[in-house]
Structure formats: C-alpha cells, structure tokens
Design a protein around this ligand. Structure first.
Ligand SMILES: Cc1cc2nc3c(=O)[nH]c(=O)nc-3n(C[C@H](O)[C@H](O)[C@H](O)COP(=O)(O)OP(=O)(O)OC[C@H]3O[C@@H](n4cnc5c(N)ncnc54)[C@H](O)[C@@H]3O)c2cc1C
Length: 437
C-alpha cells in the first residue's frame, strides 16, 4: 500500500485528483480485504486500469486499486478457445499470450495499453460491421462486490446480471478475472488509400459491408478521406507484411510524427492547420499489405489527445458527418486533428453505446493542451440530435437524465447497481453524474 500524495492524471489530462491511498493487490484475497477495509472506513474504492480514459470515469479520490500485478493467464481451454485472465492484463500482453496457443482476440481497438477490465468496462471497440467490442467477447467474469464477497457472472451463473456487469463502468464491483471467448488467429489484407470524402460518405453503407473492418479519417480543411478497408484472408495465406520502413512510416510517422507536427504547429499557429492537413493528406497515399489481425489493428499512439466519441445509428453517420463538416467550415475553426469514423455490430450489454443497433462511431480528437469545450459542445449537439450515445471513456457532457433517454435498459442497470452497491462504495463524481447519486 502507498499513501496518496501524487496527483493522478487520466489519459487525456482532462482531470487530476489525489487518491487518499493507492493499493496494489497481488491476490483476489487482497482485493477483498481492500474493499472491506475501504467500506468500513467510509472511503470510496475504485479500480483503475491504465488510466487511458479521458473522461473522469477512472477517478479514485478515495482508495485507488491498481491491478497491474493481477495480470496474465489463469486458465486456458484450448478446445473451447477460451482463456481466463487476470483483470489487470494489458491487451497487448494478452495478444502475445494468445498467439503461441493458436488463439487471438477477434479484433482490437487502436492500442494495446489498456487493461482487459478497464477496456471492457467502458465499451472499448475496434471497427467492423460484424464486429463487436471487447465486452461482447466476455464469457464470464468474477467481481468482488461491496461486501467483499466474490460473484461469478456468466451466461449460466447469475446470468440476469450479465448484460450489466460485462460493461459496468466500474460501478458494480472490482473485476478480478475475465474469461474471454477467442478465435483462431487471422490474417488481414489491408488497403489504405486517400479518397474523396463526398464519395466515401455517399457510398458509406456499401463500403462498410464491403470489407470486414472499414474505417476512415477526414483531415479537416481538405476534401480527402483516408480510408482503411481490411478483409480477412485464409489463415493459410502468406503474410505480405510491410517492410520496416513502411511500418515506420505507417505507424510511427503517420500516427505519431505527423500528429505531433499538426498538434504542435497547428496549436501554436492555428492558421497553418489547413496547409498541414493538405500536405498530410498528400503523403498518406495508397498502401496495401497482409498482416496478422492484432498487428494490423493496434498501433502505437504517443500523441496525447483528449477525445469525444459518439456511436450513432449506422444510417445516420453520413448526414451527421456532413453537418459536422459544415459546422467546422462555418465557424472558421482551424482543426488540426483528423475526425475518424469506425463501425460496430449491435451489442447486447445494456450500457453499450452500440447496444441494440448497428452503429457508426465518430471520434473527435483535440490537443490535450488546449480547451476543447466550444468545439466539443457544438459537435456534440449534432451527434446527439442524430441519436448518438457517448463513449464512456471519452469526454462528453451527458448526465443521468439525458442518458436514461438514450438507453432502453438504463433503469435495469441502475437496479443492478442498487443491488450490488447500495452505498455507492465504487462511486466517483463521474458516476454520480452519469448514473445519478
Ligand atoms: C491512445 C488511446 C487509444 C484508444 N483507442 C480506443 C479504441 O480504439 N476504441 C475504443 O473504444 N476506445 C479507445 N480508447 C479509450 C480506452 O480504450 C478506454 O478509455 C479504456 O477504458 C481504457 O482502459 P484502461 O485500462 O486505461 O481503463 P481506465 O481508464 O483506467 O478505467 C476505465 C474504467 O474501468 C474501470 N476499471 C478498470 N479496472 C477495473 C476493474 N478491475 N474492475 C472494475 N472496474 C475497472 C475503472 O474504474 C473505470 O471506470 C483509447 C484511449 C486512448 C488514450
């Protein structure tokens, strides 16, 4: 255990707080004892993953539990392609644990630095019209509840709780282990190219269905969209990976170098943002390669951003996007960060932003060093008007009243919270705002 004292900052630098104490348990028993001690002394207790959420969801002003020492494989069921892992396992570690066992996650988000428990608790997702987020691959999990007891939840054990706890915002207890349904490792053929934004939006629904994982980014102040269409190929196929230089240019230079440049110069001299974006669009030209799913979909992101992201009904994406585009041009803002669109199949978790409907996720990043409020509020109004629901781990302005209107099972979730944590021992200011007191 360590005393508090070092202010904790979350991923987007959107908030700081000072935990009263930080504990780093190494066993399930130690987590149970930490919960019981915190509750007995009237302190809130919260597990924090890698702190990559840029909303205040992981703020732990009472006792902060760091579960990074509770990572790694616990059980492997090779026949069922299932693994049970510690809650603190990083997604990137998980990929390397699965590969030698002939397994893989079906797909992943952008980076691998999140913990399994943190990622599933906020609805972390990748892209693809038939693909769902990490919480949809949970077969079972074990929670330490507010009275310190262990609760196993799966499709057959306490199954009525399953749609709440597999995407629980950290509000229902401390997850200590997670059983994930995996798939055989796959290869993806990837085509990245620059296209006209208008054409991508006009053909959006066909493009989404035309590959396994479709996504695009639009660099504001240009007419260009950078599209990525990835399609699963036979696992017996031969990888045709990028060379080291192409990988460096694709992942390092495009993901990090250009963003550092755009966020640096664009932030200091906003008037340069349109020119920088046009040059970026020109140099990010066509690429085509075949690599392992996990290698293709996750990259290193070292540019710190704050981000808002909304999941819209898939069919609403093109019109919402055009409105956002028009807003940016009309207001004369100089935006240096690309807006990104990804997709997801309908999910069953009660608080999944993609719950019950095929969705398109529109992500709006902004420099972590600058005030985003005017930009985010105006864009958020558009995305809300198109039926959008916010990403739980990213910035948004919604509260329990507005969220209750977005989620048909919102009250069911609150009933589970009342049952598992009536004293709000796992609460924090963010959860009080989005779920109510
Ligand atoms: C660079 C970057 C890239 C990203 N890419 C994507 C992406 O591609 N797709 C996407 O959807 N999101 C993405 N995100 C958002 C990110 O995946 C989520 O915010 C995720 O929750 C972060 O995981 P974490 O381990 O950092 O969790 P934290 O941010 O630390 O915590 C998130 C929540 O999980 C809870 N929690 C953590 N551990 C436990 C536990 N053991 N038991 C109970 N609750 C727990 C916390 O209390 C909190 O409520 C990205 C964020 C960044 C910074």
């Amino acid at each position: 255990m360590t005393a508090g004292g070092v202010p904790w900052r979350n991923g987007g630098r959107a908030g700081t707080y000072q935990p009263r104490r930080i504990e780093r348990p190494t066993s399930v028993g130690a987590v149970q004892r930490a919960v019981m001690a915190a509750v007995a002394s009237g302190l809130h207790i919260k597990a924090v993953g890698s702190g990559h959420s840029s909303s205040g969801i992981s703020a732990a002003p009472g006792v902060q539990l760091d579960l990074h020492d509770m990572g790694g494989l616990i059980d492997v069921d090779a026949a069922a392609q299932r693994v049970r892992v510690g809650a603190g396992t990083l997604l990137c570690q998980l990929n390397s644990l699965l590969a030698p066992r002939g397994m893989s996650l079906p797909h992943v988000g952008d980076i691998g630095r999140q913990t399994v428990a943190g990622a599933l608790s906020t609805g972390t997702h990748g892209t693809g019209s038939v693909h769902r987020g990490l919480s949809s691959h949970v077969a079972a999990l074990t929670l330490v509840t507010a009275d310190g007891s262990l609760l196993r939840v799966s499709g057959t054990e306490n199954a009525d709780l399953f749609p709440a706890v597999c995407l629980g915002l950290g509000a229902l207890g401390i997850i200590v282990d997670v059983t994930l349904q995996c798939v055989p490792p796959g290869l993806l053929h990837v085509v990245k190219q620059g296209e006209m934004l208008t054409e991508v939006l006009e053909g959006f629904s066909g493009r989404v269905r035309g590959s396994d994982h479709f996504a695009f980014s639009w660099l504001p102040h240009t007419g260009l969209a950078m599209t990525t269409a990835s399609t699963q190929v036979s696992p017996e196929g031969r990888p045709e990976p990028r060379g080291r230089m192409a990988r460096f240019i694709g992942d390092e230079l495009m993901e990090n170098g250009v963003k550092m440049l755009t966020s640096g110069i664009g932030a200091v001299v906003p008037a340069f943002a349109p020119q920088i974006n046009r040059i970026t669009a020109r140099v990010s030209g066509g690429r085509d390669y075949t690599e392992a799913v996990t290698r293709v979909l996750a990259s290193s992101r070292r540019v710190r951003v704050q981000e808002m992201e909304y999941a819209l009904p898939l069919a609403a994406v093109p019109s919402a996007f055009v409105e956002v585009h028009t807003l940016i041009e009309r207001r004369g803002w100089r935006i240096s960060f690309p807006l990104r669109v990804r997709t997801a199949a309908a999910e069953t978790a009660w608080l999944s932003p993609s719950g019950g409907r095929e969705s398109g996720h529109i992500a709006i990043p902004w420099s972590a060093r600058e005030d985003s409020s005017e930009y985010f509020r105006a864009v958020e109004a558009i995305l809300r008007a198109h039926g959008g629901r916010p990403h739980w781990g990213k910035i948004h302005q919604q509260d329990a009243v507005s969220l209750a209107r977005m989620y048909p099972h919102f009250d069911d979730f609150l009933a589970v919270r009342e049952r598992l944590d009536p004293e709000r021992s796992f609460g924090n200011p963010y959860l009080a705002r989005v779920l109510g007191p």
